[in-house]
Design a protein around this ligand. Structure first.
Ligand SMILES: Nc1ncnc2c1ncn2[C@@H]1O[C@H](COP(=O)(O)OP(=O)(O)OP(=O)(O)O)[C@@H](O)[C@H]1O
Ligand SMILES: CC(C)(CO)[C@@H](O)C(=O)[O-]
Ligand code: BAL
Length: 283
């Protein structure tokens, strides 16, 4: 595996593969790799001739007072993990390399970013779409892999790809969980042992919602209320949002039908965690 830090060098390599007709799979990440990221990388490995991953903690997608400074960074730990997962090139640019002096161009998706994390983290998705657009232009992948843990991010990126006619296939990958249900996240390292236990309330409340739907419940408000009550019963948890919206547009729902996304953002102590499940009703 080769580590590339220069945009120009990465672009030159990508141009060479394109001209040689080699397919490229790309996995953008913010690093501190875990089994969720590695699953994306292994999938990219099996479906493409060249596998590229990036590690870049993108300052543009963090709001004021968020954890940009504390976000875990450890390239010495990450590089061998990426290599073992089959990554050929690990792109690790600096902030100055991605946003040189005078930088002033941004990409904004307007509708599907309004609710959920877009509402609770203003400017977040503008930062995500801007960096992902840049990364796509640098790596020129045929396929790009995104985790369903960030379900809204998947819909936002898909919208950007469709609206801007980008020649890349977006491949969503199911959420990877710990044996006890907690969705893997780089931010789980912030959790103290007691908080780690309390964090299980996210996946448990999603399971409860799935049971309610299996029992015939179709009222979004009833499902959301049950989820909220479960989370509020956990003393260390504080709800940021609990939303039940239609897929793929993430618009409000009057009645559960087709595919809906039940998405949560919950603070456990100072750590903001997200999780979700797709609720599917036939007919
Ligand atoms: N548990 C998971 N299962 C599947 N994909 C995941 C999981 N966690 C992260 N990913 C995906 O990995 C990619 C990189 O995500 P990122 O580097 O932000 O990791 P993260 O663990 O989600 O970090 P954090 O939640 O702390 O921001 C994204 O597409 C994300 O959806
Ligand atoms: C896609 C991404 C790497 C862009 O910075 C980030 O939002 C993430 O890790 O999900
Ligand atoms: N996985 C989403 C990146 C972020 O929280 O900024």
């Amino acid at each position: 595996m080769e580590i590339i830090t220069s945009v120009r060098e990465m672009q030159a390599l990508a141009r060479k593969w394109r001209q040689g007709g080699k397919s490229t799979g790309f996995v953008p990440t913010m690093g501190y790799l875990h089994e969720g990221h590695l699953t994306l990388m292994r999938k990219a490995r099996t479906e493409n001739e060249i596998t590229v991953a990036s590690i870049f903690v993108n300052p543009l997608q963090f709001g004021v007072g968020e954890d940009y400074e504390e976000y875990p960074r450890d390239l010495e730990r990450d590089a061998p993990l990426a290599e073992a997962a089959g990554v050929d090139y690990l792109f690790v640019p600096t902030v100055r390399e991605m946003y040189p002096r005078g930088y002033q161009t941004f990409v904004e998706v307007t509708e599907v970013t309004r609710g959920l994390c877009g509402a609770s983290r203003p400017g977040h998705f503008r930062g995500v779409t801007t960096v992902v657009m840049k990364l796509f232009n640098i790596v020129k992948p045929d396929r790009a892999y995104f985790g369903w843990k960030d379900a809204q991010q998947v819909q936002v990126i898909r919208r950007m790809v469709e609206d801007l006619n980008l020649d890349v296939e977006i491949i969503p990958v199911p959420i990877v969980r710990e044996a006890d249900g907690l969705a893997l996240s780089s931010r789980n390292v912030y959790l103290e042992p007691e908080e780690r236990k309390a964090a299980l309330v996210l996946s448990r409340s999603l399971k409860r919602a799935e049971e309610l739907v299996a029992q015939g419940e179709r009222q979004p408000e009833v499902i959301k209320e049950q989820v909220k009550q479960m989370i509020e019963a956990e003393p260390l948890a504080q709800i940021d949002y609990v939303e039940l919206v239609a897929l793929p547009d993430l618009t409000p729902l009057e009645q559960l039908q087709g595919q809906a996304l039940l998405a949560l953002a919950v603070r456990i102590g100072k750590t903001r965690l997200i999780d979700n499940t797709v609720l599917e009703v036939e007919g």
